[in-house]
Design a protein around this ligand. Structure first.
Ligand code: MTE
Ligand code: QUE
Ligand code: MOS
Length: 767
């Protein structure tokens, strides 16, 4: 397979040819839509008057809750999220009214004239208060093994602690966008920027009160999703559809950056509490953790995210006696949602920090404590939820990375540097990643495809996954090209469309290429089985060659008997003949991941088809006087099985790592006392820039590790690399700790902003 194909949109992105929703040529009937949102975190709506606003020239419709023809609801799992606020508002950014107008000016004029009077109510704006009030959004989750109380009693050492991990804004380059085009009767076509077109279709049907077969959702590509368009892309689609339905004209909503940041949910911040028991050698004997999530005002995917957090509380470590509790709390903030890693990072951060504390407590090298506690190949290879840790790559990676990063040599150099320098300190850390691949909601592990072959020998692939920059379409194109033995330029992948492939799962959980790849292959297998018959008879007719279906090879745009490669028929000739012989050249394909399940009540099961592994080492330097850090070098080794596309996979690893680095360092969300987001633009919310990537950045794919049972023995790559950023986070802590010669435990949380680093240093100096 040609696995060096570049991203199928790479050139179009550079030339500007790529079409995003906002680039779809303007329809002469097009209206622009605007969302009027709540300025109060929690309040009764006492008055809502749109009369004056309706008179503004160019305004075609203003809608409030009472104008929704269907159900006023857009919660994806639990129906607890209103499409438009009714009697009260529950967060700042909640949609209250919608305006459709001919131009931006009319929208702004009208918005100013809409009168909303609120009566403020008590609001919960931080997780501490939500915990204090036990304001749970759903019953807690629990995973347990062994005898935790007994294990703590017999543990020589116990460390107790708390860890706060911050939220994270998705910062997709394309803000939330949708274009709804009404058709005949009740028909509506929605051009959406959604990771979940099927759910977008369902929500649009629900708010309009129409059947799903009247709604067609198309997603050409997203300018990034990162989880932020898994459910919340539905919102703009629903709002645009309501306006299109009311005006019978196409309506586009494209959120302004600041509005997007204010209105939409983010990664869940967590406030976690833990206790860890260990022996003199640093062997973990008992671990107890309570993971507390800030869900925001509605459930959204909070419980699935919390579940993944509990399932990753172990990261790569065997915990003989363990209790993991997960709780999600309701607050008066936008509903938090999926974000790369889907709770995994929040669960893993706690144990990574706990192990770091063990090392400092025992005056040992953290890397040794880590490797000592890795899942072993022998007896202790079951996770707390009972899944075997198979094909454990941790040891192979550890050996390779310790050597390739020259870890111990650099540790010595860093110690020497720190002894000589008072105002600059260096730190280094190695962290592992083990990430479970599959949706933990088992039924979502299914996918569909529709493959058409045309009589000129060209191939059109439709599949249920969406393209958000990760290169899924390129990978699917490669799969089709390899399975049919035709060159990549004969294959095209279509925009994702609910009419072509129905009832799809979201493109999420990193499983896009795994499940859609298998569905594409399944469709092609069906077509190939039909073509084989034609091939056998044509080879006989043309070359008087006696062969059988088993011996036919599809390769290099030809088919031939594997013993007689010279006597070949071109692929296009074959399909044309098949057509003449009345053989269908189109097929659907389907795949479901075998053998996985999870019992939520018991907290036990085999939720993952396999694990993705990786490991990284980062070295930083901090400026003790101002708290700034520099990332000097990062080495990553990562397991993608047999790579479908090395360029794309390395891109995912680099991009995921850098995005994680933003989460653990500079990205910080701040609200005022009324719940107004203060960091709602790039001047106050600091995502990584090109200057922040490691000065020396080395990414290596683990070699010769085919992953049996997946599409072309590959492994999912989308989310796991995000968590390599823990090595940056803990390298910073190591550097802070050097200020006091590693004799005291620094105060530390996530993100480690310059301010946090400086405060931590100041506190250490005073110990
Ligand atoms: N890469 C790019 N460029 N843009 C994105 O939005 N999303 C990430 C990851 N990589 C994302 C990305 C997330 S959250 C997921 S779940 C996976 O891609 C989804 O795609 P896949 O399943 O095809 O890997
Ligand atoms: C990882 C994921 C998702 C997940 C579970 C994972 C995800 C997702 C859901 C989900 C759960 C319940 C539903 C639903 C979706 O679960 O992205 O519609 O009813 O959407 O382990 O990424
Ligand atoms: Mo990714 S958070 O599963 O969309």
């Amino acid at each position: 397979m040609n696995n060096n194909l570049h991203h199928d949109s790479a050139i179009k992105h550079v030339t500007g040819e790529s079409v995003y929703v906002n680039d779809i040529p303007l329809h002469n009937q097009l209206l622009l839509g605007k969302v009027v949102f709540s300025k109060q975190a929690h309040a009764k709506i006492k008055k809502l008057n749109i009369k004056k606003a309706l008179k503004v020239k160019g305004v075609h419709a203003i809608l409030t809750a009472k104008d929704i023809p269907g159900e006023n609801q857009m919660g994806p799992v639990v129906h607890d999220e209103l499409c438009l606020a009714e009697k009260e508002v529950t967060f700042i950014g909640q949609a209250v009214a919608l305006i459709a107008a001919e131009n931006e000016n009319a929208l702004h004029e009208a918005e100013k004239l809409i009168q909303i009077e609120y009566e403020p109510l008590d609001a919960i704006l931080d997780i501490e208060t939500a915990i204090e009030k036990n304001n749970l959004i759903a019953p807690p989750r629990k995973i347990e093994r062994g005898n935790i109380d007994e294990a703590f009693k017999t543990s020589p050492h116990i460390i107790k602690g708390e860890l706060k991990t911050g939220g994270q804004e998705h910062w997709y380059l394309e803000t939330q966008t949708a274009l709804a085009v009404p058709g005949e009767g009740k028909e509506i076509l929605v051009h959406a920027s959604s990771q979940n077109p099927t759910e977008t279709q369902a929500i649009v049907a629900e708010v309009l009160g129409i059947q799903k077969n009247e709604v067609e959702v198309e997603v050409k590509r997203m300018g990034g999703g990162f989880g932020g368009k898994e459910t919340q892309g539905n919102h703009v689609a629903a709002w645009a559809s309501l306006l299109a339905n009311a005006t019978k004209r196409p309506v586009k909503i494209h959120l302004f950056r600041d509005d997007d940041q204010i209105m939409t949910g983010k990664r869940h911040r967590y406030f976690s509490k833990y206790e860890i028991g260990f022996d003199d050698e640093g062997q973990i004997l008992a671990y107890k953790v309570e993971l507390n999530a800030d869900a925001g005002a509605a459930t959204d995917l909070s419980m699935a995210i919390l579940e993944r957090a509990t399932l990753h509380a172990d990261n790569s470590y065997f915990l003989p006696h363990v209790q993991i509790i997960g709780k999600a709390y309701k607050t008066n903030l936008p509903s938090n949602t999926a974000y790369r890693g889907f709770g995994g990072p929040q669960g893993m951060a706690v144990i990574e920090n706990a192990i770091d504390k063990i090392a400092r407590f025992l005056h040992k090298e953290p890397t040794e404590i880590r490797s000592k506690n890795f899942y072993k190949h022998e007896n202790n290879f079951h996770t707390p939820y009972g899944q075997k840790v198979e094909n454990n790559r941790l040891y192979a990676m550890f050996e390779r990375l310790i050597e390739s990063s020259a870890y111990y040599k650099r540790r010595k150099e860093i110690d020497a540097f720190n002894n000589k320098n008072k105002f600059f300190k260096k730190g280094i850390a190695l962290t592992p990643v083990k990430f479970g691949i599959s949706f933990t909601t088992s039924f979502l592990n299914q996918a569909g495809a529709l493959v058409n072959i045309y009589t000129d020998g060209t191939v059109l692939v439709n599949h249920g996954g969406t393209e958000m920059g990760q290169g899924l379409h390129t990978k699917m194109l490669q799969v089709a090209s390899a399975e049919l033995g035709v060159s990549p330029d004969k294959v095209k992948v279509n925009a994702t469309n609910t009419s072509k492939v129905p009832n799809t799962s979201p493109t999420a959980a990193s499983s896009g290429s795994d499940i859609n790849g298998m569905a594409v292959k399944n469709a092609i297998d069906t077509i190939k089985s039909r073509l084989l018959e034609v091939a056998v008879s044509e080879l006989e007719k043309k070359y008087s060659l006696k062969t059988s279906k088993e011996n036919i090879v599809f390769e290099n745009n030809f088919i031939f008997d594997k013993e007689n490669p010279e006597q070949k028929i071109s692929f296009s000739e074959l399909v044309n003949t098949a057509y003449i012989k009345q053989v269908s050249l189109s097929s659907t394909g389907y795949y479901r991941t075998p053998g996985i399940y999870f019992d939520r009540e018991k907290g036990q099961g085999i939720p993952f088809y396999y694990f993705a592994y990786g490991m990284s080492v980062s070295e930083v330097e901090i400026d003790v006087l101002i708290g700034q850090h520099k990332l000097l070098r990062t080495d990553i080794i990562h397991d993608v099985g047999d790579s479908l596309n090395e360029g794309l996979d390395i891109g995912q690893i680099e991009g995921g790592f850098v995005q994680g680095m933003g989460w653990v360092t500079t990205e910080e969300l701040k609200w005022d006392k009324n719940g107004n987001l203060l960091t709602h633009s790039p001047d106050t919310y600091k995502i990584p820039t090109v200057n922040d990537i490691p000065i020396d950045f080395r990414v290596e794919l683990l070699k010769d590790v085919p992953n049996e049972g997946t599409i072309r023995r590959s492994k999912a790559v989308g989310e796991p690399p995000f968590m390599h950023a823990f090595s940056v986070w803990l390298a910073i802590k190591d550097a802070i700790s050097a200020v006091k010669n590693h004799e005291a435990e620094p105060e530390f949380s996530l993100p480690a902003t310059a301010e946090q680093i400086l405060m931590s240093i100041e506190k250490l100096k005073n110990i």
